[in-house]
Structures are given as C-alpha cells and as structure tokens.
Write a protein that binds this ligand. Structure first.
Ligand code: FAD
Length: 140
C-alpha cells in the first residue's frame, strides 16, 4: 500500500540567493515534482530556506536526499517527517513565498523579528508554510 509522508526541513543558502536562482530552483522543482506527484511549499528569506515536501514516502525520501546534497544550501535540519492522510499543499507542485508584508506580519505575530527557522518551533514553521501557501509570491 502506498504511504504518503510530509517532510519539513530548513537550511541555509550558501550565498544570498538571487531571484533568478530562486526561479531556477522553482522551475526544476515544479517540473520534477509534477512528474513524481510531489507537492509542497518553499519559503525563502534572510538567507534561510524552509520547505515542506509531500508525496509517496519512497519518492519524497529520494528527492529529499538529492535536495540535501544540493550545493546551493547547507546545514539542512529536518523539522518533522510524518505519515499523512491528505496532502495539504496538493494544489502546488512547489508553492513559493518570500519576504512579503504577509510573511513579515506573520513572523511578528510569532514574536519573531526576522526569519530565523532555528529560533522557531516546529508548529510555528508548519503554520508559516500553511499560511504562506495561501499568500504566495508569483515567480514565473
Ligand atoms: P541536475 O540539475 O543535473 O543537478 C545535478 C547536481 O547539480 C545536483 O546535485 C544539483 O543539486 C546540482 N545543481 C543543479 N543546479 C545547480 C546550480 N545552479 N548551482 C549549483 N548546483 C546545482 N528539486 C526538485 O525536483 N523538487 C524540489 O522540490 C526541489 N526543492 C529544492 C529546494 C532547495 C532549497 C534547493 C536548493 C533545491 C531544490 N531542488 C528541488 C533542486 C534539487 O536539489 C536538484 O537540483 C534537482 O532535483 C535536479 O537534480 P538532478 O540531479 O536531477 O539534476
């Protein structure tokens, strides 16, 4: 029986990622994820990535290991990995949000002055990803 999982991790960009580099990541991600039936959400700010990946556990595990090896980021920290009944991000092959007003005001509500995932609880990171999936930046 196929089991779906959700992995959430955060990482540090190896250098300040430009919009063009983010577009590159998103184009590849959306293309591959559509083929592999993976969905998720990526946030980027203050040189940190926060990402949720959802889909078949073997496929997501393989992709996560590839992503973790990507030289564009480092210090990858797994926040959670759990079996799921329903995909929360299923409308997005890879949603994306960055430092918009909605993003910064949500951080402020969480008493965070800037985006620093290491200072946030797992619940806060999950909530940020879910909330931001509804307030995405358009990157085409
Ligand atoms: P290739 O594109 O041939 O990559 C070969 C190797 O080069 C890989 O190790 C790759 O990581 C690295 N690489 C590719 N482009 C660059 C570059 N511009 N600079 C430096 N190294 C590079 N991919 C997905 O499919 N789905 C995702 O959801 C996803 N999310 C990502 C989130 C983050 C934060 C990052 C940094 C990357 C993400 N990627 C994602 C990209 C992923 O890491 C791989 O680049 C992608 O899966 C293609 O890898 P490949 O080995 O098939 O092919």
């Amino acid at each position: 029986m196929a089991t779906n999982i959700r992995i959430i991790y955060y990482s540090t960009a190896t250098r300040n990622t430009s919009l063009t580099e983010l577009k590159d990541i998103l184009v590849t991600a959306r293309d591959n994820n559509a083929k592999e039936e993976i969905c998720g959400m990526l946030c980027y700010d203050n040189q940190y990535f926060l990402q949720a990946l959802e889909g078949d556990r073997e496929v997501v595990s393989e992709l996560f290991l590839d992503i973790a090896d990507d030289p564009r980021h480092t210090d990858v920290v797994i926040v959670s990995c759990e079996p799921i009944e329903d995909c929360l991000f299923e409308d997005w092959k890879m949603g994306y949000a960055s430092s918009t007003e909605a993003f910064l005001s949500l951080l402020a509500e969480m008493s965070q002055t800037e985006f620093e995932p290491g200072e946030m609880t797992a619940e806060q990171m999950f909530s940020l990803l879910v909330h931001m999936s509804k307030h995405q930046n358009k990157v085409d």
